[in-house]
Design a protein around this ligand. Sequence first.
Ligand code: GLC
Length: 796
Amino acid sequence: MQYGYFDDTMREYVIERVDVPVSWTNYIGVRDMCAVLNHTAGGYLFYKSPQYHRITRFRPNGVPLDRPGHYIYLRDDESADFWSLSWQPTAKPLKHYSCRHGLSYSTYLCDYGGIRASQTHFIPLDDPIYLIDVTLENTSDQVRSLGLFAYAEFSYHHIDFDNQNFQMSNYCSSSSYEGGIIEYDLFYEPDGYQWAATCFEPDSFDCLRDRFIGVYNTESNPVALQNGECSNSFEKTGNHCAALHKQIYLLPGEKKRFVFMIGEGRREDAQDLRTKYSNPEARDTARAELAAYWQNKLNALQIATPHAGMNTMLNTWTLYQGEINVMFSRFASFIELGGRTGLGYRDTAQDAMCVPHSNPGKCLSRIKELLQGLTSRGWGLHLFEPEWFLPPTEKKTPAKSPTVVPVPDTSDMIREDLRDTCSDDALWLIATICEYIKETGEFSLLDEQIGYADGGEGSVYEHMTKILDFSAEQVGATGVCKGLRADWNDCLNLGGGESAMVSFLHAWALDYFVELCRYLGKTEDEAKYLEMLEGVRATCERELWDGKWYIRGITKNGMKIGTQESDEGKVHMESNTWAVISGVAERSRGLSCMDAINAYLYTPWGLMLNAPSFTVPNDDIGYMTRVYPGVKENGAIFSHPNPWAWVAEAKLGRGSRAMKFYDALLPYHQNNKIEVRQSEPYMYCQFVMGRDHTAHGRARHPWMTGTGGWAYFAATHYMLGLRPDYDKFVIDPCLPGDWGGFTAVRRWRGATYNIEVRNPSGVEKGVRRITVNGSEVKAVPVCPEGSVNKVVVEMA
Ligand code: GLC
């Protein structure tokens, strides 16, 4: 069953059936202000921090699933009938509904009672203001008298204040109205203000939520809509809202445009912005700037392949997903409510690795934040606030509650006993730094001095050596890296037991580093870390090979996880894909272990993380064995590792196999299976229920997953084979044999490369000849900034 379609020209996903099984969301805003908004305009808005500075309220995990939101209501003042332009919250039988989720905006179209309406929600690039740009058209042959109501519910700023201790929270906020502008004030906070206004002088307003809605009503039938006007309420203390109402007339065929704005700051700050955005031209300009902002990112790479779904996803949606993760660091969604913020070490490192071409600035700032979160022993703080390492003058002070809650000392967060240390966290950063330099050519980064989380400082290069040395020290009985609190898999908790994945990751990071040393001419370090790499390789091949595939690890009691003899958790994605990606597995073993993935883990919905799922709890293995079978880390199609299998197959040269795996997970292909998938088909989800669950195929937790970044990285760098290197651009595709080729436009270090890959003899891998601007070359060089270059690659 299908609920909508991809509009490639507009780069929008268009939802035409409103009753999608779960919220289908979008992210509005790209800098400080952000709203998470669904297909019925439900959702919430925050400024900088979804933890400390929430602007509008959300009632999560609720019934119905999407309240409240940012709503425009219309009321026919003759019949007293009223409706909302986003279907919810009134849920009237609209003659037409559609929602177009685009790049940082959502547009809702609605036709009801002879009024055609559209509203676009967006946030201009440079102003902290949320806009709902509304157009109404009278399609009836009568003059219409309508009440237009704009409504949003304010939140207490701090997520904790908004969800508990109301003996305090309910008395810390106030609202007032003056000159058409509502001001919301959190008196405890020095800068705790928001404002709301429209382009018109309202006929009535409400600042008190319960007066607008009525205490026994809901957003579906607010008393203000029943009465046809608001009650001009405001007060110190209580629950507040911005409700602004205007009576308007529309002649037959007449169109009018309005705007509702929610701004950060005080009433004084509002005047200029209100004047500016009351002008429709300013709104059109802001929309155009936002579109140009995204176009510039997308222009870093656009592809045209024989695979329509791959084109749509890579050209727009998968990069969009990756970018949003880097911008908002995975903690604000309908699932993650914003109460857990800061940076997850491994997640941030992986997310940042995938966007240096489209977002070099953010990639670099994430790298530096992570380097500051590295201890001088070489492990990263698993979850931390970059702010901890800022000079005191630059720290934001989150609102403090008058209720005394002792604040932990953040120096306590660095626990020398490694009880919170994940064995993989910092290893990811090596590749991120190298990929950033390969993209930008900024080698000077390596010499920058950066502080360690526990004191002292060192160059970026030194930080990298500490990371590699830490993993070399933290090995268990057989020499394989210890699992510690967890590795990539949060639910594999091996402690002093050993993780195959981490040793392979260590090898991968070492391989990156040795290549870097070689390039820089640091021969001593090259030799030292090459020796370390050879040691890791030998240990892995000796201890982890099980005849047909690689085991997943060894518990602290010496039990091997993921062997041919295992009844449960027999084959695992992480160890087998990383054995190949790291370059450790010699070819026949690589082919064999990836065949095991195909045989045991493939489903038409993607690759499961492990199979069969665990059913018997075993605390030596960890939480994985206590997760229900087929769910999340126990035998679900955990999406994030799926692209690892595409990379592995591409490295092995099996393009059809890589594409088989790519296609299975691709949300685009599930657009007509929403009755099973449920979640939005334009986003990868954290996981899809595995074969051992009754809801096999149901996808959960869209957007905030490393899958977006990795899917993009794996498909562009390894399947299409378009990879920047330190001094050249590598083109080494691995394609299904029936692809005659593809074209791509890649921006790299200021030049444009118009790439044409030809595959006349239908091979899966292998490049016979490359020409740049007609001349044959061994590799594509760095071309002058501003130049446009024609690159032809012939496979054979
Ligand atoms: C979640 C976590 C991520 C972890 C993964 C597997 O996505 O954010 O850090 O690697 O689960 O457990």
